[in-house]
Write a protein that binds this ligand. Structure first.
Ligand SMILES: [Zn+2]
Length: 163
């Protein structure tokens, strides 16, 4: 069905709209100065740039846009390195761990940044797995994720034990 074939025009336009928003933010300050309203508009534009660049670098980082990894790596370095100011190697190191153990404390670095902010739901699936309550296989969790309901663990109790 061609679902895994990336549309290069889409990604080109995606990158161009990010660059246009970046230029618009810079021009806002250049033309209107640095008073409060231009500053606020610039902040909104740059926030949109950072959010959009975050998703775009994710696709390049997963090597899912071009058929060769070289072009994916080049664009990944440009988007995360030049537009977001972070090293691609750092993102790869963190993101491989995230996809190996998604939402797993002490294994997923995205959750370690702030477990209560990034974790969805009342309790993480790994906590249920350790307690052997409501056990369901991980390889089918995309079919039953909405069923998971149980009491929230207390701070310093089960959350501190890790996976
Ligand atoms: Zn990913």
């Amino acid at each position: 069905m061609g679902l895994m074939k990336a549309n290069h025009v889409f990604f080109l336009l995606y990158l161009l709209h990010i660059l246009l928003l970046d230029v618009a933010a810079w021009l806002t300050l250049l033309v209107f100065g640095t008073s409060f309203m231009p500053f606020l508009l610039c902040a909104v534009l740059l926030s949109a740039v950072q959010a959009q660049a975050g998703w775009l670098q994710h696709d390049f980082g997963h090597l899912s846009v071009f058929s060769t990894s070289t072009w994916n790596h080049l664009l990944h370095h440009f988007v995360i390195g030049h537009l977001k100011g972070a090293p691609a190697s750092w993102w790869n190191h963190m993101h491989f761990q995230h996809h190996a153990k998604p939402n797993c404390f002490r294994k997923d670095p995205d959750i370690n940044m702030h477990p209560f902010f990034f974790a969805l739901g009342k309790i993480l699936s790994v906590e249920l797995g350790k307690q052997k309550k409501k056990y369901m296989p991980y390889n089918h969790q995309h079919k039953y994720f909405f069923l998971s309901e149980c009491p929230h663990p207390t701070q310093g109790d089960s959350l501190e034990r890790g996976c």
